[in-house]
Design a protein around this ligand. Structure first.
Ligand SMILES: *Cc1c(COP(=O)(O)O)cnc(C)c1O
Length: 406
């Protein structure tokens, strides 16, 4: 079955929801056991003391460990991630990232990660992992040779964490090359990819050799800027056990109502992303040459040969994020934000509506100056998450706002 059929037909049995065509929302915190023996068996399986037999459906226990809406969502999302064998849903993207890392990293281990990195992940590495004795080594995402060398030589390497394309200038890291280097060195080194910007529609990390794809489901998967969610999808089903075990401990499973909302959005994620990506490409290419813009960041406009090579090798379409470096610096950026009539000034991305923000004063305001420089975050930079409006209306909005920048 092909992915767009599977997402609509698997994971949900109407008979378990009194015939309802959409799943019921099971808001229970606890589940009634079918027998004391079944309870004993369910706990043994949940704790990892024994394995479920093929086809066995152990009794549900308690919603911090598992609940029907999480199971349905996890089943339905799998076909969207090529090579995915099992999934776990979380109550935010940060919860998915932190739980996946803490399921495998131990004090004394090292994590090699690409920069620029999402602010929350960066914070987690510096302010949490490092004080706990897990060291971090940063490599610039576009520097493939250095990334490979670091993966080959960094002591006690346990996790390679890639975020590609990176926020906000869309610099790309080579997933296949990194996964190959990591697994050549030691198959136990885990390669995790934050796939929020281009997945699940346009980039398939597991098919490129990565072990775990991670998502802020708050963005394209959710798609309407109305819920927080996170997802981890693994290439080897065995990897989901330690992740779900930590999730049960931390209590950060996605709640039933949010699971229900998220699974209702999955069948349209490809449609929404296709439309937003087409819009963005048309807009970005028509903004080329605008005198108010010093530089446009968009994948089909990359000039660096290595970046173009990576893009063509691993991305099906360019996606819907554009960054503009405005010639007039911070004043021009603020003027631009003030003058927008359709697009709204907000952080976050991946919704059906177009959002624009000024990274340096908001999402990246606590990033040290040296790292800002590497990240390309200048005073004049604005990041645009293109939605599914008519692209001509958006282009007109950007053009009139650019006119008003000083
Ligand atoms: C938003 C985002 C996150 C964090 O996700 P939350 O759902 O806000 O916790 C992580 N990585 C990337 C690339 C993001 O854009």
């Amino acid at each position: 079955m092909r992915p767009h059929t599977a997402v609509l037909t698997r994971g949900f049995d109407p008979a378990l929801s009194v015939g309802s065509a959409r799943p019921a929302v099971f808001r229970s915190s606890t589940y009634v056991f079918s027998s004391p023996e079944a309870a004993e068996r369910a706990f043994s399986i949940m704790a990892g003391r024994v394995r479920a037999d093929a086809g066995e459906h152990p009794d549900l226990i308690y919603s911090r460990f598992n609940h029907p809406n999480a199971e349905i969502t996890e089943d339905q999302i799998l076909p969207l991630e090529e090579g995915g064998q099992a999934a776990a849903v979380f109550n935010s993207g940060m919860a998915a990232i932190m739980t996946a890392i803490l399921a495998f990293a131990r004090p004394g281990d090292r994590i090699v990660y690409t920069v620029p990195l999402y602010g929350g992940t960066q914070h987690f590495v510096h302010d949490f992992l490092e004080p706990f004795g897990i060291s971090g080594t940063a490599v610039y995402a576009g520097a493939t040779a250095e990334l490979i060398r670091t993966i080959e030589t960094a002591p006690n390497l346990r996790i390679v964490f890639l975020e590609t394309p990176a926020n906000p200038t869309l610099v790309m890291a080579d997933i296949h090359a990194a996964a190959e280097a990591a697994h050549r060195r030691d198959p136990k080194i885990l390669v995790m990819v934050d796939n929020t910007f281009l997945g699940p529609a346009f980039q398939h990390p597991l098919a490129l050799g990565a072990d775990i794809a991670l998502y802020s489901g708050t963005k394209y998967l959710g798609g309407f800027s109305d819920l927080l969610a996170g997802v981890a999808i693994v290439a080897d089903a065995e990897l989901i056990r330690p992740i779900k075990s930590k999730r049960g401990l931390f209590g950060n499973i996605l709640q039933p109502d949010e699971c229900w909302i998220l699974d209702s959005r999955l069948p349209t994620v490809q449609l929404r992303m296709n439309r937003a990506s087409k819009n963005a490409q048309r807009i970005a290419e028509r903004l080329v040459g605008n005198a108010k813009i010093a530089r446009i960041y968009y994948p089909t406009l990359f000039e660096d040969a290595e970046q173009n090579r990576i893009r063509l090798a691993q991305c099906d379409y360019p996606g819907a994020i554009i960054a503009l470096d405005l010639a007039g610096g911070k004043k021009a950026a603020f003027d631009f934000l003030r003058a927008l009539k359709l697009a709204r000034n907000a952080v976050s991305l991946g919704g059906v509506e177009t959002l624009v923000c000024h990274p340096k004063s908001t999402t990246h305001s606590s990033v040290p100056a040296a790292e800002l420089e590497i990240s390309g975050v200048t005073d004049g930079l604005v990041r645009i998450s293109i939605g599914i409006e008519d692209w001509r209306d958006l282009l007109a909005d950007f053009e009139q706002a650019l006119q008003k920048t000083g």
